[in-house]
Design a protein around this ligand. Sequence first.
Ligand SMILES: *Cc1c(COP(=O)(O)O)cnc(C)c1O
Length: 358
Amino acid sequence: METPRLEIHIDRIAHNASAVISQCGAQGIRVAAVTKVMQAHPALLRALEGSGCVMLADSRIDNLKRIAEAGLDLPTMLLRAPTPGKAPEAVRWADHTLISSYQTAEALSNAAGMAGVRHKVVMMVDVGDLREGVWPDRAVEEVSRIARLPHLEVAGLGTNLACFGGVIPTREKMEMLVTLRDECRSATGHPLELVSGGNSANLPLLASGEMPAGINNLRIGEAIILGRNVLDRSPWPGTRQDTVELVGGIIELQRKPSVPIGRTGQDAFGNTTHFTDRGLRLRAICDLGRQDAAPDAIEPVDPGIEVLGASSDHLIIDVTDAETPVKVGSEIRFLPSYGGLLSASTSPHVRKMATGRP
Ligand SMILES: *Cc1c(COP(=O)(O)O)cnc(C)c1O
C-alpha cells in the first residue's frame, strides 16, 4: 500500500466518542465534537455521526464546508472568530460562531441580515488563559450591546482554557462563567441557554465531580480523537489511543556510526546538532519528512524503534532493537500525538485512508 499514509480507524474513534459523550451526558453536558485536527475528514465525520454529539465544531470555515458537503444532519459551530470580511462565509457555513468582539458581532449581524437568517453567537470570556475572550469585567456590557444587534441571537457564553496559557479548568473558573451568564441574562432578558465551559481539558474536572451544574456544553476534540487526558496526555478512561496511525515505508537500511563524520555546522533547519556515541547502529530512512508530519510528535508502535530526526523528506530511525525485523520496503507504523496528527492531516503528501466501520 502507498506510503506515507494516515490510517483512520473509524470504529475506534466512534468508540471513544461514545465513551466521552456518555461521561458528559451523565452530568448533563452535551458535546460539540471538534474536528479541526483532522480537517473534518469524512472518516472522522462518519465516526462522529451516530455518537450522540449535538454539534460539530471547527475553527476553519473550509472545514465547515466539508462538513456541509458530507451531508450530516448536525448543527455546526465556528470556533475561531472570523475577520469581519469573512462574516458572510461564517454565516453561510456555521450555525453558531464563537466571538469576543463587538466588531465581529456587527459584521455577522449585517451578513445574517443580507442572507435573511438569524445567526447564533456565543460570547467568549477570558477567565485567565489569555487566548480569546472578553475580559470578565466587560462581559455584561459587551453582551448587552451585542444582544441589541438585529440579526443575531446570543446563544450563551463560553470560555477556553489550557490552550495558550496552559491554565487548568477549575470549579472557580467555571462558576465565574455561570455567574457571568446569570448577570448577562438579567441585563438582557435573553435566556443565554448555552454555557460552554471549554475543551478536552475540562474532562478531569468533570470526572472529579466538581463541574458546576450550570455548565451544559463542552467542545471536545483530542479526548475523542486520540483518547488523551490533555492535562498530562495520559490515556483517558474508557478510550483507546490507537485510533489513527501514520505509516511510512523504509527506503534505506544501513549500519552506520551514531555520530556524524566531519566538522559539523547547522542542520537543514538552522539547528546546532548534538550526538551521543552509541557505536554502530542499524539505521533506516522512512519516506516521511517534515512535509508529512512533525517528527517529534510521532511515536513508533514498535517500542524498539527510536526516531532520531528528520529533514524535509527523510525520517531517520534507529531500528537496531526493533522487535519486528525490517528491510527496505517494510512499513513502519507510528502513533501521532496532537501535533503529529495535525501536521499529517494537513499535509497534502499524506494519503488518508479510512478503516473499520463504526
Ligand atoms: C480546538 C478547540 C477546542 C477543542 O480542543 P481539544 O483540546 O481538542 O478538545 C475547543 N474549543 C476551541 C475554541 C478550540 O479552538
